[in-house]
Design a protein around this ligand. Structure first.
Ligand code: SF4
Ligand code: SF4
Ligand code: SF4
Ligand code: FES
Length: 982
């Protein structure tokens, strides 16, 4: 398709907007409200061009064959200028003293592009106050140009539906929940609106008074300077004023550093630039991350208080009796090496065990397993995927061959139907949730949610299932059986691609709808509807998380999910597949890089002599042939007196492992325990030596997200005090034990990984430079696989396998004494136990403590109200918490978030595990509830978004603006604003 632009022919790409084509052609046309990731908003009118002699908005027009486009004609120029003049009527240009004067302000840059010297429509402030009620950002109506980008982002990209503009108002402005203070609205502080705002109307409070050389002046002084600027404008014109501000902007470059990093929290893998001035974190700017674009959630955007927290560990600590004393690195490392050697000599290498951090880098996990295997000589090596993700991996290994998401986030967006099982996606994987919410709201995607809680995704779903706890395997298998029995299966796909179909179909015999309905408590009509929706959808993606995996049948239920996808042919194509949503930022990478008891990096079997010999040759050692202890077995081995020493980095074992009292008891029995942490965590209490480590912003390396996406993080800050990056500490310990490692940079570690690991053969730091990413498997030539199984499944014959899975009763069932079911999970604002997020003041303010959700029915029955203190007692421990009465939970089911500074939910959970992987059955917990009689304030303060009232809209709804009496499309009157001046 060919379009002529200013007399030159341009080839159009399919589905291309005129504005994108113009930009691609290198021509400059103003476009203030247009943002490629938001689509056309059409509110600013600055992109007016002539198409076949008619003025149109370039952002709102699709390029079409034969179009004759003129971007700069008297009419187009006049329209662009008039439109922009209206914008300046809403915005005071005081760039030199503006914190947004950083070279990327759209209003500033458009003033320059259009060479505006004077404005026709005078600036008029709006009759509203600046809103400072959110701890993370502020809105200044006087600077707001009403472009609507923020509204579009909130309504159609984040889909939190907080923002709107009431175009009919005399003085429109952006509204939160239709007019509430930001801090009391439904705003989840995700930052989308701020990240897309083209000027300084929405700004991070961490930027205010910090970014510029003169922006920290007092208000009167600042107002005085602004008056001076406005005073000289008629005389000098904006050109001269902008020049001054550009000099100031260039000066900022010498002190503001922008560093690309990857989020340290969840497995979505958002990447962004972090802006720092010395150690001050000015802001997080998401731009072009492969997983997230401009998206973030509250944690990635704002939760960085842990970096400069006053209680960071900055010196090694050594236990002396019940106390710790500061020590030099030399003393601490010498002690660690000496004790490890002594213990190894006395009780053998298998009396030591190692836990790698799923928050740290791939290179660090690689070094930790190399230390365990090659230096100490044990396979006692694990990471926290044991707590959550191992069952999903097992289910996929059984059926399709790779232990990772079968596609990318873009596949979830493309699917005709998304089925979410046991995942509170909107809070645990917020940016993935935005993609599903967007597809559902804007593009007609269907959504089914199965969960105990009526979480946000459940509220939005076309169909919400609330099965009895621990029965997902049953309804999933019953739906699969129905699909087979009613000719709805993809028999052609099965015949070509899946083994063991007959055996599997036979195994489904007992999973009738009658049985499923009775066991799961789901109506048969609902199950029928689910089956038909799945069978009829154009592409199904199933997303699941800890609501599935943290059960005694976690692996089997994950397998049932994959079986269902195979039965319906929902693999091998875009918009299909299995998506176990990985929890921690690098939980996928920790396992991928060998922090497991049975696998070298890339899931290469430690028991396979050929593989072992490859590593022995490369590392020049003899390696232990037997798989080691996993996390769960380590705790048992300590209690049995077999395990004497542990080295753990970046894991809060004593709070996040199930049956925390039992785990704490074990840790206290260790002869020698080394913790490597950024804070003095609960687990540190049991340590003999504590080594101060550096968080993500203080080091380089790579993380692998849930999409199997490997991304580089760059160092933004120097390590605080004497803290050191984990890879340096691990290397120091190895070398004191005689290893002779000589890594000077994480890239050298990755070279070794790639050489030994076929799954990562083509991964290099060059191929991951900046925002470039790779999704494993990566071939030697650097080609990767965003969508797995496009050619075959990962088994020797290239075929997938149905894998029959029976059902058994969950453990720790309620009885007369422990009569309530206790569920648990993450909260949007906090990550996991909250060790990092509690150190951000604004997050603490909005979610200061943990709580327990109680259904209105149960609350009525037991006389509980929001704020009531209750004690929960399980068969393993007790905790006290305040109640929140909510319809999110039903009947006799309670829910407690995992984040807690003291009363952790894992004091209640058991030591039961998934049979195949030893993942604790956290979600199978029964408790009794005692009302304590005290009533406090609501544990969710008024400023928590859960009290807000969203205002769903289709977007900016610019048509309402166009209907205003005072609106006319610019350019109709050929007003030559600049040229009309004498
Ligand atoms: S939820 Fe809040 S921070 Fe996020 S886009 Fe909406 S208004 Fe902005
Ligand atoms: S606050 Fe919203 S409407 Fe106002 S300028 Fe920023 S993005 Fe545009
Ligand atoms: S926590 Fe997850 S969703 Fe939020 S910004 Fe970080 S990676 Fe993205
Ligand atoms: S960029 Fe086209 S109307 Fe704003």
């Amino acid at each position: 398709m060919i379009v002529t632009i200013n007399g030159r022919s341009q080839v159009v790409q399919p589905g291309e907007r005129l504005i994108d084509l113009i930009n691609r052609s290198g021509l400059e046309v103003p476009h203030v409200c247009y943002h490629p990731q938001l689509g056309p908003i059409q509110s600013c009118d600055t992109c007016m061009v002539e198409v076949d002699g008619k003025l149109v908005r370039a952002c709102g027009t699709m390029a079409a064959e034969g179009m004759n486009v003129v971007t700069s004609s008297p009419r187009a120029d006049a329209a662009q200028r008039e439109a922009f003049d209206r914008i300046l009527g809403n915005h005071l240009l005081y760039c030199t003293v503006c914190d947004n004067n950083n070279g990327n302000c759209t209003v500033h840059n458009t003033t320059k592009l259009l060479a505006v010297e004077h404005q026709e429509i005078p600036y008029k402030p709006k009759p509203y106050e600046v809103d400072m009620s959110n701890p993370f950002y502020r809105y200044d109506p006087d600077q707001c140009i009403l472009c609507g980008r923020c509204v579009q982002a909130c309504q159609t990209l984040e889909v939190n539906e907080t923002l709107s503009i009431r175009w009919e108002d005399e003085h429109p402005r952006v509204l939160w929940d239709g007019g509430a203070p930001i801090g009391e609205s439904s705003c989840v502080s995700c930052g989308h609106c701020i990240s897309v705002c083209p000027c300084n109307a929405l700004m991070e409070t961490s930027m205010l008074g910090e970014a510029g050389y003169m922006t920290s002046l007092s208000k009167p002084a600042l107002d005085g300077m602004i008056d001076v600027v406005k005073g000289i404008e008629p005389e000098m014109g904006y050109g001269a004023i902008l020049k001054v501000s550009e000099v100031e902007s260039h000066m900022r470059e010498s002190r503001i550093k922008r560093t690309k990093t990857v989020c340290t929290y969840c497995g979505v893998g958002c990447s962004f630039d972090v802006w720092t001035k010395d150690r001050h974190i000015l802001k997080v700017e998401p731009l072009e991350g492969a997983a997230n674009g401009v998206s973030t959630c509250i944690k990635g955007k704002f939760s960085w208080g842990h970096i400069n927290s006053h209680d960071r560990l900055t010196k090694p600590l050594i236990r002396e009796g019940d106390q710790f004393r500061e020590a030099s690195w030399d003393e601490a490392l010498t002690l660690v090496a000496r004790r490890f050697s002594e213990i190894k000599a006395a009780t053998g290498p298998d009396s030591l065990a190692f836990i790698s951090s799923s928050k740290c880098t791939n290179e660090e996990s690689y070094l930790m397993q190399k230390l365990a295997r090659a230096v100490i000589g044990t396979n006692n090596m694990d990471n926290c995927s044991r707590y959550c993700q191992a069952p999903a991996t097992a289910g996929l290994f059984r059926t399709v061959g790779y232990g990772g998401d079968s596609g990318s986030i873009t596949d979830m967006e493309k699917a005709g139907l998304v089925l979410i099982v046991g995942s509170n996606t909107a809070e645990s994987h917020p940016v993935i949730a935005t993609r599903v919410k967007r597809a559902h709201k804007m593009h007609g995607q269907k959504l089914i949610v199965s969960d105990l809680r009526e979480n946000e995704m459940a509220e939005r779903a076309d169909l919400f299932l609330h099965p009895r706890p621990g029965t997902d395997l049953i309804w999933l298998s019953a739906v699969t059986k129905y699909i087979f029995d009613n000719g709805l299966a993809d028999e052609e796909f099965i015949a070509q691609w899946v083994n063991r179909a007959d055996e599997y179909k036979k195994s489904l015999e007992s999973f009738t709808f009658e049985m499923a309905s009775e066991r799961c408590g789901l109506p048969m009509e609902t199950l029928t509807k689910v089956a038909h929706m799945i069978a009829e959808a154009k592409g199904v993606c199933i997303l699941w998380a800890m609501g599935v995996t943290q059960h005694s049948m976690g692996s089997d239920t994950s397998t049932a999910i994959s079986n269902l996808l195979l039965a319906t042919g929902n693999y091998m194509k875009p918009g299909t597949g299995a998506y176990p949503l990985r929890g921690h930022n690098n939980v996928q990478g920790a396992s991928d890089h060998g922090a497991m008891p049975n696998y070298f990096p890339g899931y290469q079997d430690v028991a396979d002599p050929a593989i072992r010999s490859k590593f022995e040759k490369a590392w020049n050692v003899t390696l232990p042939p037997k798989p080691g202890l996993d996390n769960h077995m380590m705790i048992e081995a300590i209690h049995e007196g077999k395990l004497k020493s542990m080295y753990v980095f970046g894991e809060e074992m004593s709070l996040v492992d199930s049956n925390a009292n039992y785990v704490a008891d074990a840790l206290s029995k260790l002869d020698f325990f080394v913790m490597q942490e950024i804070f003095f965590s609960e687990t540190c209490r049991f340590a003999d030596v504590i080594l101060p480590a550096s968080p993500s912003l203080e080091k380089e390396g790579t993380f692998t997200s849930t999409e199997r996406r490997i991304q580089r993080l760059y160092q933004a800050l120097e390590p605080l005090g004497e803290s050191r990056p984990d890879w340096i500490i691990i290397q120091d310990i190895a070398n004191r034990l005689g290893a002779g490692w000589k890594y000077e940079h994480p890239s050298q570690i990755y070279e070794e990984i790639a050489a030994l690991t076929p799954l990562m053969a083509g991964v290099t730091y060059e191929r991951l430079e900046g925002y470039k990413t790779l999704q494993w498997p990566v071939a030697e030539d650097g080609s990767d696989q965003p969508l797995l199984y496009t050619r075959e499944f990962n088994f020797p014959d290239g075929k997938a396998r149905f894998y029959p899975v029976p059902w058994s009763e969950p453990t720790d069932q309620p009885n007369a004494e422990y009569d309530l079911h206790l569920n648990n999970g993450r909260l949007l604002e906090h990550f996991h136990e909250g060790n990092m997020t509690y150190r951000t003041e604004g997050i603490r303010e909005k979610t200061p403590c943990t709580f327990v959700e109680v259904s209105p029915d149960l609350a009525g029955e037991r006389g509980i109200q929001t704020g009531s203190w209750v004690q929960l007692t399980s068969r393993y421990g007790k905790v006290r918490a305040q109640a929140v009465i909510t319809t999110r939970v039903h009947g006799k089911e309670l829910y407690m978030p995992m984040n807690s500074t003291d009363e952790a939910v894992n004091h209640l959970t058991s030591s039961h595990t998934d049979k195949a992987t030893h993942t604790p059955a956290y979600k199978e917990t029964s408790v009794q509830l005692q009302v304590l009689g005290e009533i406090g304030a609501d544990p969710l303060p008024r400023t928590n978004f859960r009290h807000g009232h969203p205002t769903p809209k289709t977007g900016v709804e610019v048509e309402r603006k166009w209907k205003r009496k005072d609106y006319r499309q610019p350019g109709d009157y050929l007003v030559q604003i600049q040229n009309a001046r004498p």
